[in-house]
Design a protein around this ligand. Structure first.
Ligand SMILES: [Mn+2]
Length: 341
């Protein structure tokens, strides 16, 4: 169970205006946790807004009240005013203000005196929040928001709508309860949420069985291009901007593709490279067992994350990025083997 300082409890009780910020390119966990916290704070009498740095992906637009989420990229002045007036600013599912994107980060840094509350499960949190709930042993921020509400004594306030968004967050961050971050406590919380009357099968269908034809074709292309390096137990996929364009790529279309690399027998490490429209490459890393995907991402690709799931980026071309990867992979694996010998 988490400890919630009295000061924060009092602040939540007496505040009237709060804001909830999620990370750039929000996923199911970021939005699921934020929407549930928003409902909770509304029940406490707050006027509160969920703020996303950029557009939310299409596959999550069915979540309740997503049309009310404020998008910083399209509405910066209005959001700045809301943040200036907010008595509490929650930041969800990220560990550093830079994850809110350059422009919003710059503005948030000017608001240092505000009461920031971090709820997050990523490693190595930055020190910007007055109240910090950071626990990398948790499956998801949604699990932590559940704990947060329950610890405040409001388990009964979790209604079907909140349970739906929290369940979505936990389900997506655990890969439908199969990733190593799934604990018995995760399952207990999922069971509690099911008891609130959610339709778990419908959530599963909405997230995973609602691909567009373009997305399935893009997946076909990605799988055809999968490269396996048996000597390093590593599989990788690289998609260039022309291929993305050919299949009318929409944000979120490649969600989950990287996991197919790990479906390969004998693959312990899977990587996906996505070429950006303008410049640079985004990279996703997934691993099995003790292989530290986050260390690899941090050391060579300006990123980080969890042991088994991490992200990174370069400002290089796709070819140069893959070259760098093929150069650093043996070095990293050799070092790991030495350390574990
Ligand atoms: Mn998360």
């Amino acid at each position: 169970m988490i400890q919630i300082p009295e000061q924060l409890k009092e602040l939540i009780e007496k505040s009237k205006l709060s804001a909830i910020i999620v990370h750039r390119n929000p996923d199911g966990d970021a939005l699921g946790s934020a929407l549930a916290l928003q409902s909770f704070l509304q029940k406490k009498g707050h006027k509160t807004h969920v703020i996303s740095p950029n557009e939310i992906p299409g596959y999550l637009k069915w979540l309740p009240e997503t049309e009310e989420i404020l998008i910083y990229e399209t509405n910066p002045e209005k959001i700045q005013n809301i943040l200036k007036d907010s008595e509490i600013i929650f930041t969800l599912d990220f560990n550093d203000l830079s994850r809110s994107g350059k422009d919003l980060e710059k503005f948030l840094k000017k608001l240092k005196a505000k009461t920031f509350v971090m709820i997050d499960h990523h490693l190595e949190p930055s020190d910007y929040a007055r109240f910090m709930f950071s626990d990398s042993s948790k499956s998801s921020t949604s699990e932590m928001v559940y704990d947060f509400i329950v610890t405040l004594g409001h388990k009964n306030d979790i209604d079907r709508k909140m349970a739906t968004t929290l369940y979505t967050g936990i389900m997506t961050d655990t890969g439908s309860f199969k990733f190593p971050n799934t604990t018995s406590q995760t399952m207990r919380i999922a069971a509690d949420l099911m008891d609130k009357g959610i339709n778990h099968n419908e959530i599963q269908t909405k997230i995973f069985d609602s691909f567009s034809l373009d997305k399935l074709h893009l997946l076909g292309e990605a799988l055809n291009k999968l490269v396996f390096l048996p000597q390093y137990k590593t599989a990788y996929i690289a998609l260039g901007k022309d291929e993305l364009k050919k299949h009318h790529y929409q944000k979120g279309d490649t969600e989950g593709f990287v996991n197919y690399g790990l479906a390969l027998k004998d693959a312990d490490f899977a990587v996906m490279f996505l070429e950006n429209e303008n410049e640079g490459v985004r990279i996703s890393f997934r691993s099995k067992g003790n292989f530290p995907a986050n260390e690899f991402a941090k050391k060579y690709f300006n990123g980080g994350g969890h042991l088994n799931a991490a992200g990174g980026k370069t400002s290089k071309s796709l070819e140069e990025t893959i070259r760098l990867f093929l150069e650093k992979l043996p070095e990293f694996i050799n070092r790991l083997q030495l350390e574990n010998a």
